[in-house]
Design a protein around this ligand. Structure first.
Ligand code: GTP
Ligand code: MN
Ligand code: MN
Length: 608
């Protein structure tokens, strides 16, 4: 880079890691930032960055009495969610990206990206963020380095992952492999040009190169597109690592359940975006004697342990939760974690006393707010005050109910796995799989109505295998085969039981067939009692559902007949569903695992 003034900055780089230095230099040369800043992750650094963000208008400091050390950000109205249409898996062979991903040849994509990134950081600071997903003391720690020109991304990554000097030192000392994750807002500043509060580019590209394990993200500042440790690394790239190394990277929460007899169980659950993971992970049980603790709310890495048990860890350090619907009534544990401060909110509404608000936070709607677009808002307004995909970003250790096992690199042994989606009809409240392989079938045919978490139409039913549709970093058929084949490493006695759940079924009158939230503990209780061989169930063509009496309804205004309605398997609905599953499986062609074809055949026979 010769004549450029940033060379001395690189010489002062806090690492001697040759590949890292070479990459930072190459990116600086390409993107031409004014400055390079190596992120140390310290309090002092965070204070300086957030002060600057407040000064720049990107962050608004919240009332320190109610929301200490917390900030609100408001995005460009066109940069509010993940952009699946613009997300690419650029494997060498198109076949390896599979039918669920967008693909472009790596060389062609690199050329395109180099054009976009050329000079894209002009006038800005280039931040270098060393991070680790999972534990620094894991057997094989998964390192990454994100380069970004967004200080908002730095401040958010500091909440969501372990970042900074300790991580960089470990990368340097062990000459570790790291995933290079390059991010630019794509909004260079020319000399004298005034900045905007939320710089971004209408042209957005979220690109993964699975073979070289690298990420290039351009044009968006939104979390799922820009905090590259999260969806891009811990799901898309990690799923490829997991395929090659014999483990699983999944879109799952992990919770710990303690029964009145003080027996503990660990449960993971995969639901598509905005379908209840964070809520279930932070569940406040409405039944006496049962205790829930949290280990994770979005991403789970799982592997079979030495004894063939399935072990799970949460690779993240924070919550990036959907704000609307998170309230003192529905999720007090999340509210308590948020109230401790140290949080960044994006696209929520502001109260007149410098706090935040969103639909469903409180029972009473404030008389006046400033909505996420910055407009004056009253309950008469006909648009929501907070964007439906507005988010809170909060350190996970602020959760009072965080299980101590969260801090253990060995993870926890799972007793049960739930798959769930948002379906108005057809799918019962809960169904126990007939077997492990039948459970994988349930996961592989998981379906949900689309939500605001991704750009595009809302409310359309789509298949979302294991809730991983937007996150599988390789061919979806290979992914299902990986699930099936991995089971060879399992101790059959210790395989978790699999359940399909649906908190969103409607009654004929249109209301929810099940109260949900804290009452979901009643479904967890039934699942655990099934593991223990204690609860009753009815065999149906799709699996085992609870009898009306087997769900604990104490303290709930609901009858066993209403439970029966919530778990009903309707022949007509299932005829339609079967056709839709067959259509879905047809996409896989040759790569559909034989075990899943035979599960489908079995279901067909049982449905008659
Ligand atoms: P991502 O973070 O995007 O992956 O989503 P998530 O799976 O964590 O979803 P989250 O828990 O944030 O829930 C999203 C929406 O579902 C919110 O609007 C909740 O109010 C609603 N929700 C969650 N649990 C329940 C439930 O048990 N019943 C009903 N009716 N709604 C629920
Ligand atoms: Mn998610
Ligand atoms: Mn969530």
């Amino acid at each position: 880079m010769g004549d450029l003034a940033r060379l001395p900055l690189l010489e002062k780089a806090p690492t001697t890691h040759a590949r890292l230095l070479a990459w930072v230099e190459e990116v600086a040369e390409l993107t031409q930032p004014d400055r390079i800043h190596w992120v140390d992750g310290s309090e002092a650094e965070n204070k300086k960055l957030t002060d600057e963000l407040v000064e720049a208008g990107t962050l608004k400091r919240l009332n320190p009495e109610t929301f200490p050390n917390s900030f609100a950000a408001f995005s460009d109205p066109a940069d509010v969610a993940r952009v699946e249409e613009q997300t690419f898996i650029c494997s060498e062979n198109e076949r390896d990206a599979g039918f669920t991903n967008n693909w472009m040849a790596p060389a062609e994509m690199k050329q395109k990206l180099r054009g976009l990134f050329a000079g894209s950081m002009r006038g800005r600071t280039m931040y270098v963020i060393p991070f680790v997903m999972g534990h620094l003391d894991a057997e094989d720690p998964k390192f990454g380095v994100e380069i970004t020109d967004s200080a908002y991304v730095v401040a958010s990554m500091r909440i969501m992952a372990r970042i900074g000097t300790d991580v960089l030192d470990r990368i340097t000392q062990t000459d570790a492999f790291f995933v290079p994750a390059l991010h630019s807002l794509g909004a260079p500043l020319e000399a004298g040009q005034a900045d905007v509060a939320w710089p971004c580019n209408p042209d957005k590209w979220i690109v993964h190169f699975p073979e070289e394990r690298s990420i290039w993200s351009f044009g968006s500042g939104y979390g799922g597109n820009a905090l590259l440790g999260k969806k891009c690394y811990a799901l898309r790239i990690a799923s490829v690592m997991a395929r090659d190394e014999g483990w699983l990277a999944e879109h799952m929460l992990i919770l710990k359940l303690t029964s009145p007899e003080q027996k503990t169980y660990y449960v993971s659950a995969a639901f598509p975006s905005a379908c209840g993971k964070t809520n279930l992970a932070l569940l406040d049980p409405t039944i006496k004697g049962w205790k829930v603790e949290t280990l994770g709310d979005d991403i789970t890495w799982m592997r079979f342990g030495k004894e063939g048990e399935l072990r799970a860890v949460n690779p993240e350090a924070g919550l990036f939760g959907v704000a609307p619907g998170t309230g003192w009534g529905t999720n007090p544990n999340a509210m308590r974690a948020i109230a401790k401060g140290n949080s960044i909110f994006t696209n929520v509404a502001l109260t007149d006393d410098g706090g935040v608000w969103w639909e469903g936070m409180t029972e009473e709607t404030p008389a006046h707010l400033t909505d996420w677009r910055g407009e004056s808002w009253t309950p008469d307004s006909d648009t929501p005050a907070a964007h439906p995909n507005s988010r809170f970003c909060t350190p996970i250790d602020q959760i009072d109910m965080l299980a101590e096992e969260y801090f253990s690199p060995e993870g926890v042994e799972l007793s049960a796995i739930l798959f769930g989606g948002r379906r108005k009809t057809t799918i019962p409240l809960v169904t126990e799989a007939r077997s492990w392989s039948n459970g994988i079938f349930m996961g592989s045919t998981l379906s949900s109505e689309t939500t605001a978490a991704a750009a595009g139409a809302v409310g359309v039913v789509r298949r979302d295998p294991m809730a991983m549709l937007p996150f599988i970093g390789y061919d979806a058929g290979d992914y299902l085969n990986h699930w099936v084949n991995l089971s060879a490493k399992a101790n059959p006695e210790r395989l978790p039981k699999i359940f399909l759940v649906n908190w969103f079924r409607r009654t004929a009158e249109g209301g929810f067939a099940w109260p949900g939230f804290g009452d979901n503990a009643r479904v967890l209780k039934w699942a655990i009692e099934r593991l223990e061989g204690k609860a009753d169930a009815v065999e149906t063509p799709i699996g085992f559902v609870p009898t009306g009496e087997s769900i604990d309804l104490e303290g709930l205004d609901m009858t066993p007949a209403e439970v029966e309605a919530a778990v009903r398997v309707d022949a007509d609905e299932w005829a339609t569903e079967l056709a839709s599953i067959e259509e879905w499986f047809a996409n896989f062609g040759e790569s559909l695992p034989a075990a899943l074809q035979s599960e489908l055949d079995g279901l067909k026979t049982r449905l008659g």
